[in-house]
Design a protein around this ligand. Structure first.
Ligand code: CA
Length: 237
């Protein structure tokens, strides 16, 4: 797996130590910022590829850090926060965060999120080389011919289902909120209707997962949105 530069933003020294020690043991390169302003400055100077961000910081709020950094950085941002309300997660995601962990979190869960972020970074690097075929586990999307297949067998999707699948695939690994998906698929003038989104998503999921063994490719974040899970080994295709 590719080494990634990680910035840990956390004002609680014991949690910062826990995260830093974990990263060190697993061979990741990291730096630590204890305040929001320090985090913004270090993002600019160090150009990290992944930011582990606490929201409750002593100077500026974590949401403000996301907004500032997002205006010029494509680094992946994973929120690690004690704020467990759906509205807090949605605000962070809609401002450009990619994923979230709620405190208290398990080290294994943190490491799994970092590995997923590393896979997504590799995938992004591949995509920048102009590869029009998206592969994730058993799923293949050929954007040149709009063909979708699962385990080599062609799947027939409606135009809306295809758009939904491409949106999730283009953002694989990222949690997309209901309002983000609705605005991207149906346009911003539409009445927000999470119920019909759920119907389309269920139908899409049935079509692409009928041969998929084990874990679902599309993960539901109840009350928040959906996420395409990046499968291990997909980068080797
Ligand atoms: Ca804090």
């Amino acid at each position: 797996m590719k080494d990634i530069k990680i910035l840990v933003v956390e004002d609680d020294r014991s949690i910062a130590n826990l995260i830093s020690t974990t990263l060190k043991i697993h061979g990741y390169t990291y730096a630590w910022a204890a305040t929001g302003n320090e985090a913004v400055a270090m993002c600019a100077s160090l150009q990290p590829e992944l930011i582990l961000l606490d929201l409750g910081l002593p100077d500026i709020d974590g949401i403000e850090v996301i907004r500032t950094v997002r205006s010029w950085s494509t680094a992946m941002i994973i929120i690690i926060s004690a704020r467990g309300e759906d509205s807090d997660k949605i605000e962070a995601l809609d401002n450009g965060a990619d994923d979230y962990l709620t405190k208290p979190f398990s080290i294994d869960e943190l490491l799994a999120r970092i590995r997923a972020a590393a896979r997504r970074l590799e995938f992004q690097a591949q995509r920048e080389t102009g590869n029009a075929v998206f592969v994730n586990g058993q799923l293949t999307i050929d954007k040149g011919s709009n063909l979708v297949s699962v385990a080599g067998e062609e799947i027939h999707l409606t135009p809306i289902e295809y758009k939904l699948l491409c949106l999730l695939a283009d953002n694989a690994g990222k949690v997309l909120t209901h309002s983000f998906i609705i605005s991207r698929i149906w346009g911003t003038g539409m009445e927000t209707d999470i119920g019909s989104l759920r119907v389309y998503m269920n139908s899409l999921r049935k079509k692409i997962s009928h041969k998929e063994a084990g874990e679902e490719l599309i993960r539901t974040h109840i009350g928040i949105g959906y996420q395409m899970v990046r499968k291990e080994g997909s980068d080797d295709e």
